[in-house]
Write a protein that binds this ligand. Sequence first.
Ligand SMILES: Cc1cc2nc3c(=O)[nH]c(=O)nc-3n(C[C@H](O)[C@H](O)[C@H](O)COP(=O)(O)OP(=O)(O)OC[C@H]3O[C@@H](n4cnc5c(N)ncnc54)[C@H](O)[C@@H]3O)c2cc1C
Length: 337
Amino acid sequence: MKIAVIGAGIMGASTAYACAQRGHAVTIFDQYPPGHINGSSHGNSRIVRKAYPDPFYTEIMQEGYPLWQELQTQTNEQILFETGLVYFGKRKSQELQQVTESLRANGVTQSVFNWPDSPDISIQEDEIGYVTKEAGWVYASRAVQTLLSLSNATHIQEHIPTPEQLTSTFDRVIVCAGGWAKSLFNLPVTVTRQTFAYVRTAEPMEGMVWIDDTHPMLYGFPSEPERSAIKIGVHNLGDATDPNEPGSPNPEHLEMIRSCARTRFGIQNPILESPTTCVYTRTADEDFLWGESAPNVFWASPCSGHGFKFGPWIGERLADFAEGKMHPRDIPRFNLS
Ligand SMILES: Cc1cc2nc3c(=O)[nH]c(=O)nc-3n(C[C@H](O)[C@H](O)[C@H](O)COP(=O)(O)OP(=O)(O)OC[C@H]3O[C@@H](n4cnc5c(N)ncnc54)[C@H](O)[C@@H]3O)c2cc1C
């Protein structure tokens, strides 16, 4: 089949790859050139994990995580860094209870992380963490680039066809437009501006990726190879924005990052590098959305700030929709056809 994919972020790139693997001819359209830094998929790192408070997502990642390992075997560049994850917070946190139960229900090996287990991350006596080994981070921009080049898709930026031209030229059209999907499909989502930054360290800092469940929720990464800095982000506090002009990093959120560097990592005078914004396309319950908007035209909006890790799995499902092996309504929780 001739398949058009609109959007070359992680979802479009994964879809192009899955469709090409199945023998389809893929053309990918994006309003920006490959490697651009707009939308949601740019930058160096995204957490991949099976640890979720909702067993539904842990179950999906039981299928999705091996797809990253498989992709890693397709390239000499390192994409997947399996550092493990620690998900920590107050002992009485309901969300943490749900995380450990979700892991148990899905048979994912976990261990308990207690004060003062870690030499790097400082957690308090009234806090607890859960560690999973099947976790880490993916090099986001490399992953997108690798998927695009393995898909051999023709990439077109100029003269993006109209919907009528697309449906008359291609057998299937799949739209993965990130924050722009809101206006294309009138979706019940909010596009928000999120802030992250690197904090300089004396030397590269090894360790696990982490999620701090206490409010405000923060997350972070060990140092990237040969970089003396750790990346810390603020989850979900961003205000509504326009994906075309997301705005600059929120100063209050940068202060939260500094405060986290002090309390969790003992960095007394944190120096921030590369403060950056990126957009979340959020639903109220943080579930993903997808649907069929016209015959043979499918779209997906898997974000809410946690979609990247699902990219290869979403790509496979969108390829299933294109081939008629599955329909968006087969996973009703996401379906908005
Ligand atoms: C700061 C931050 C941290 C995150 N951390 C994590 C994490 O640790 N783990 C995790 O799993 N997820 C994480 N996420 C979420 C994840 O990055 C997103 O879910 C994912 O990148 C969404 O990808 P996408 O392909 O849907 O959107 P995008 O990457 O935005 O791609 C959409 C593409 O569509 C193109 N496009 C839009 N409209 C048109 C049009 N009309 N014509 C042509 N092209 C069009 C755009 O130019 C863009 O290239 C994070 C997100 C942010 C912002």
